[in-house]
Design a protein around this ligand. Structure first.
Ligand code: ZN
Length: 93
């Protein structure tokens, strides 16, 4: 088990970092941040801030599964899958 990190008292500067990280999280994760200094700041912040780090991991895993779930599926394939599932259900009934 990982030892719990002592939570430091959040200063206004910390909060500004959190705000920046969260606001830019989407662009950062999509590697769309043009401002490299900002991207580096956010990367460092995600390392040290448990809340933002967790948020980043959650959002990025969501993005990965969305990408996996939404390949271009043509409607014909979906229909065939549906009727196949339907026929399986009917067999079991
Ligand atoms: Zn933070």
């Amino acid at each position: 088990m990982r030892p719990l990190r002592k939570r430091m008292k959040a200063t206004p500067a910390d909060m500004a970092r959190c705000m920046e990280a969260i606001r830019n999280l989407d662009a950062y994760l999509d590697e769309e941040l043009k401002d490299e200094a900002k991207a580096t700041r956010i990367a460092e912040h995600l390392e040290v801030c448990e809340d933002c780090g967790l948020e980043a991991r959650t959002v990025s895993s969501l993005k990965v599964s969305l990408r996996r779930m939404a390949p271009e599926v043509d409607p014909g394939t979906l229909d065939r899958l549906r009727s196949f599932a339907q026929s399986l259900e009917n067999e079991e009934a």
